[in-house]
Ligand binder design. Structure first.
Ligand code: BG6
Length: 590
């Protein structure tokens, strides 16, 4: 997803905007740009490639107003000309979102004489604002956004007007308050250490930001009041520390993610209990890694509460005209709380009369404004595009949600098992050496992750993680399905990684290991079940030992193993695990 940042104030806008763009890099991007105004004149600098590319052009720039943009291409390939900002006349704009009706608007604007330079949808916004401008930028923006369909978080400036006008609809945007300076950005990390007070704009809001203050209006330009909140992102926690990558740093933070999420749950337990009373069917939904947590949530509810449960990817769920019925609850799982498909799935569920529970790491996100109850994941800011600590936090939260649905006391024996997990996660992070297995994966033609029941849910997560950060093809598969297809792919150039944490199913999965090995495939086993390694010692090539724990809580340690394998393989291949190609931290557009 794109990221935008704006500044109006007494310091040099070039410094503030550049720092902000560096903070926004984690969202995933392919180009970056900025526009600066001083003495009524606007300078635009925009380039394909990394934010650092801009640095050389900023050395002599001093300005009191600036807007910046990291672009994750949706319409128009990554290029200098398609990078933001986009200008029309004296108007310059940055935009995060998708303007779904841009083609018809562009056609009309061109027929009225507009001269388009880029292939982007966003440039339409600049031309519309320019067309509506009659001396007041705020009014022009208010009129222009009424024409837009889709989603936008945008900022506009105009030569000669010392303000930034921002607008948001279905794309995140906050304003930040300083002393003699004010800010606007896509998220709180962009302003971490820069300003302490923020305000989350709501859909339809239009904000006027100057050095002296911020005014927020609704679409009819009536002033509205929005809460001023502390900036939850703290710059100290955003550094890499002694880690080479955020992915490793955040894997090391898995123990506290589980621990703090457990603690945070006590604050929401009663509200969740009353919201879920009478629920007789549960649907878990999310995207990417959050969907894999959904698969585990489903098994928890079926096992502990004996209530029918299903897990659906949000992109499928929201378009299948789902049946809710009385007694349905939908758990929308999302690290960012801004993923378009998950947010819209939650909106659909709400409209369908279901109880909506948000399970998210971002407590001021759009998803939290839709849900009846918000169950916090307390993982802290997650910078790496690939989710790790937020996933384990989600699993811990879902475990507690399922206990609550089952009417169990979360301080009971199952809750006590969870209390032990942070220590076992720490042991896993510190003891697992995935180097040799990563070496094997790095040169494999395909890597397959296999498991049964809950181990299958972690197998698909392992496969996604490896694909995300190392770009190696592969698949996560139910071990019982191996002989129905994937076995045809197995040969000496493939690696099959088996997850075995359920003693009751171990023998079945050990058979699958034999099937792979007898066809020349390389095999690795991740397990904490006694006897497995002994029985397979002459078959499998590698073993990763997990700390022993209850089988339902095993994903908290087996996920660490598969995510470490992915991380080590990516680094071995010289990939950047934090900013994998083509991917974004959260896809806020459809
Ligand atoms: C992808 C991220 O863009 O979105 C994944 O790269 C993530 O890591 C997925 O799992 C869903 O994001 P979220 O914020 O809804 O959990």
């Amino acid at each position: 997803m794109c990221g935008i940042i704006g500044y109006a104030g007494k310091n040099n806008a070039a410094d503030v905007v550049y720092k902000g763009l560096k903070r926004l890099e984690y969202r995933g991007y392919d180009s970056a740009g900025a526009a600066f105004m001083l003495g009524g004149k606007i300078t635009v600098i925009k380039k394909e490639g990394k934010v650092e590319t801009l640095a050389q052009y900023l050395n002599n720039v001093s300005a009191d107003i600036g807007i910046g943009h990291t672009r994750w291409a949706t319409h128009g390939k990554p290029s200098d000309i398609n990078a933001h900002p986009h200008s029309a006349g004296a108007i310059t704009v940055v935009h995060n979102g998708i303007i779904e009706n841009y083609s018809e608007l562009k056609e009309r604007l061109i027929s009225d004489g507009a001269d388009f330079l880029s292939d982007t949808d966003s440039e339409v916004a600049a031309h519309l604002i320019n067309e509506f401008y009659k001396g007041d930028l705020t009014a022009a923006v208010a009129q222009a956004v009424k024409m837009l369909k889709g989603s936008y978080a945008l900022m506009a400036i105009r030569a000669g007007e010392s303000k930034i006008v921002a607008a948001r609809y279905k794309s995140p945007l906050i304003v930040g308050y300083g002393n003699g300076e004010n800010f606007c950005a896509s998220d709180e990390p962009a302003l971490a250490g820069i300003c302490e007070k923020v305000c989350v704009l709501e859909d339809g809001d239009i904000a006027e930001i100057t050095a002296d203050g911020v005014n927020i209006y609704n679409g009819n330009l009536q002033l509205v009041i929005r809460s001023v909140l502390p900036n939850l992102a703290v710059s100290e926690s955003l550094g890499l520390g002694d880690c080479p990558h955020y992915m490793l740093k955040e894997l090391r933070e898995v123990p506290q993610s589980v621990q703090f999420t457990h603690k945070a749950f006590y604050g929401v337990e009663e509200k969740l209990k009353s919201a879920l009373s009478g629920v007789n069917r549960v649907i878990f939904t999310g995207c990417g890694t959050a969907y894999h947590a959904a698969l585990i949530g489903k098994r928890y509810v079926e096992s502990f509460a004996r209530i029918p449960a299903e897990a659906e990817t949000a992109g499928e769920f929201r378009y299948k005209n789902p049946v809710f019925g009385a007694g349905a609850a939908v758990f929308a799982i999302s690290q960012s709380g801004e993923t378009a498909d998950t947010v819209e799935a939650a909106r659909l569920a709400k409209a369908g009369g279901a109880k909506v529970v948000a399970v998210t790491n971002c407590l001021r996100s759009e998803l939290t404004r839709i849900a009846d109850v918000v169950v916090p994941v307390a993982a802290g800011v997650e910078i790496c595009v690939a989710a790790t600590k937020s996933y384990t936090g989600q699993v811990a939260a879902l475990y507690l949600c399922a206990l609550t649905l089952a009417g169990e006391d979360i301080g009971g024996w199952r809750g006590k098992l969870l209390l032990k997990m942070p220590e076992l996660c720490k042991k896993a992070v510190e003891s697992i050496d995935a180097g040799a297995l990563a070496q094997l994966c790095a040169s494999a033609r395909g890597v397959y992750f296999l498991g049964r029941d809950i181990d299958y849910a972690v197998a698909v997560e392992g496969s996604l993680k490896l694909k995300e950060v190392s770009y190696i093809a592969g698949e996560g598969y139910p071990a019982g399905e191996l002989k129905h297809g994937t076995l045809a792919l197995i040969d000496g150039k493939t690696v099959s990684i088996f997850i075995i944490t359920d003693g009751g199913l171990a023998g079945k999965t050990e058979n699958a290991v034999e099937q792979v090995v007898s066809r020349g495939g390389k095999a690795a086993v991740i397990t904490n079940v006694d006897g497995v390694e002994e029985r397979l010692k002459d078959k499998a090539d590698y073993f990763i030992k997990l700390p022993e724990c209850d089988k339902y809580l095993s994903p908290l340690v087996s996920a660490v193993a598969v995510q470490l394998i992915a991380y080590r393989t990516a680094v071995m291949l010289g990939r950047d695990p934090d900013k994998p190609r083509n991917l974004a931290k959260s896809v806020t557009v459809e």
